[in-house]
Design a protein around this ligand. Structure first.
Ligand SMILES: Cc1ncc(COP(=O)(O)O)c(C=O)c1O
Length: 450
């Protein structure tokens, strides 16, 4: 590598001595100093094209001038005042806007928090209170957050669940419908939705449906490797929920706010969920989460059952209002669709040339490039993913991997076609370097990933 990263390395060394490493998922030694749009600058002045958007938290890119202006102006008026005790206009303005764009042609209510994890915890409370039932169903491979409720709903990684038990009881996990690695060996044309039998069997043999409060699903399985569920699976799951008085809840923390070429991921399936969990890009990097749900569900808890001193921060509210404006004015939902398709086509083209790419899938600007050791066995190629991400970083692109082998392509929706072309050229060069054996093994000592 011919660039200087001395300052970055010294920051990494300091971090290792003071920060609990249980909170780190390193891919490369990047210390961020600046970020504008789809460009990140490190502490040594090196620039990178961002294909990660801070894990889908920056759909409008970094430090968008309109967002910066909104935050700055609000900071001059007041920075915060505990919302459970008082009221303010930024919140009520934002609440109305979000209620208007979230799916569901029924009366809704909203509540705010600080991070996607707390919103999932809150969702459990509302689902239990409204239904009077305690059990919840979520999916193997899912990540819903790091608080106790959210971690109990998640089933991504044993390290997240080790040593901390007992977790919140009543959480059951079933397989996400994965057409690429179909557990029944089916192709989509021959599929009879065998995967839904797991839920039906659960209801028949060990999980009384009348005790289940909610099913929580991501519209695209995010950290499980960007798996796209078949539409007919979603429809069937929804109808099973309705038949059994079970709430259908979507976690839009990662896929919301234009990322999939629609306002929300679930809009691709024409389903109206009972509750929607929001976070990440809602406020363009400012801390904020929200739960939006049917009025009667959101009014089922008695006050003060779900409050946070720092929630509904007016800076975050103003950033969120500006986020919605930017998404509309810059037609970012259309960009997500058209540039997302363009990226997918380019990766599919690479798939024809490199055996190592087993699958390319995605909607809008959530695209997964599944790296395998063998196209028949589909064995996950973790070393390839780690090395390709590392080499791409060395050459000026921030790309990471999830599910141990899937390149995570989630750039800010403001990225230009030129930036996409440059990034994909660099990623392709990294793939070639990997195949030639030109990326050393010591890279693997740093890169851990999800
Ligand atoms: C789908 C999903 N839900 C919830 C969360 C947790 O959000 P946060 O990290 O903001 O608490 C994440 C984070 O990656 C996520 O991807």
């Amino acid at each position: 590598m011919n660039k200087n990263i001395d300052k970055c390395i010294s920051i990494v060394e300091k971090d290792k001595k003071i920060y609990a490493q249980s909170g780190k998922i390193p891919y490369f030694p990047l210390a961020v100093k600046k970020g504008h749009g789809a460009i990140i600058e490190d502490a040594d002045g090196n620039e990178y094209i961002d294909m990660l958007s801070s894990a889908a938290m920056l759909n409008t890119g970094n430090s968008h001038p309109k967002i910066v202006e909104a935050i700055t102006n609000q900071a001059k008026d007041f920075i915060h005042y505990i919302y459970p005790y008082v009221y303010h206009e930024p919140l009520v303005d934002l609440a109305k806007e979000i209620i208007d764009i979230t799916p569901g042609n029924f009366e809704k209510r909203i509540i705010f928090g600080l991070t996607g994890s707390d919103a999932n915890d809150g969702m459990i409370k509302f689902a239990r209170a409204y239904t009077g039932r305690s059990k919840m169903i979520s999916f193997i491979g899912s990540y819903h957050g790091s608080t106790y409720g959210a971690i109990s709903l998640s089933a991504l990684n044993l390290n997240m669940r080790r040593k901390i038990g007992p977790l919140v009881p009543g959480m059951h996990h079933i397989h996400y419908p994965d057409c690429y690695r179909c557990r029944f060996g089916k192709k989509q044309c021959s599929c009879n939705l065998e995967c839904i039998n797991e839920l039906e069997d659960a209801f028949k043999y060990y999980l009384p449906p009348e005790e289940v409060a909610a099913v929580l699903i991501e519209p695209i399985a995010g950290d499980a490797g960007f798996i796209i569920p078949p539409k007919k699976y979603m429809e069937k799951l929804y109808s099973i929920c309705k038949e059994n008085g079970i709430l259908f809840v979507v976690d839009e923390v990662q896929q919301g706010f234009g990322r999939t070429g629609k306002w929300f991921g679930i809009d691709n399936f024409d389903i109206e969920p009972d509750m929607v969990v929001l976070g990440k890009s809602i406020a363009s990097g400012m801390p904020m989460s929200a739960i939006v749900g049917r009025k009667e569900i959101m009014e089922s808890l008695d006050a003060p059952a779900h409050t946070f001193t720092g929630a509904a921060n007016p800076l975050s509210c103003k950033a969120a209002i500006a986020t919605l404006e930017v998404i509309r004015e810059e037609k970012l939902i259309d960009c997500s669709k058209t540039l997302g398709e363009y990226m997918k086509t380019r990766f599919k083209d690479m798939q024809e040339r490199y055996e190592i790419i087993g699958d390319v899938r995605g909607i809008g600007m959530t695209i997964g490039v599944d790296l395998v050791k063998d196209r028949i066995t589909k064995e996950r190629n973790t070393d390839a993913a780690a090395k390709i991400c590392y080499r791409s970083w060395e050459n000026g692109v921030l790309v990471t991997f999830i599910s141990s082998n899937v390149l995570r392509i989630q750039p800010p929706l403001v990225i230009s076609k030129e930036q996409i072309d440059k990034s994909l050229d660099i990623i392709e060069e990294a793939i070639k370097d990997y195949l030639k054996g030109n990326i050393p093994d010591d890279v693997l000592e740093f890169s851990k990933g999800w």
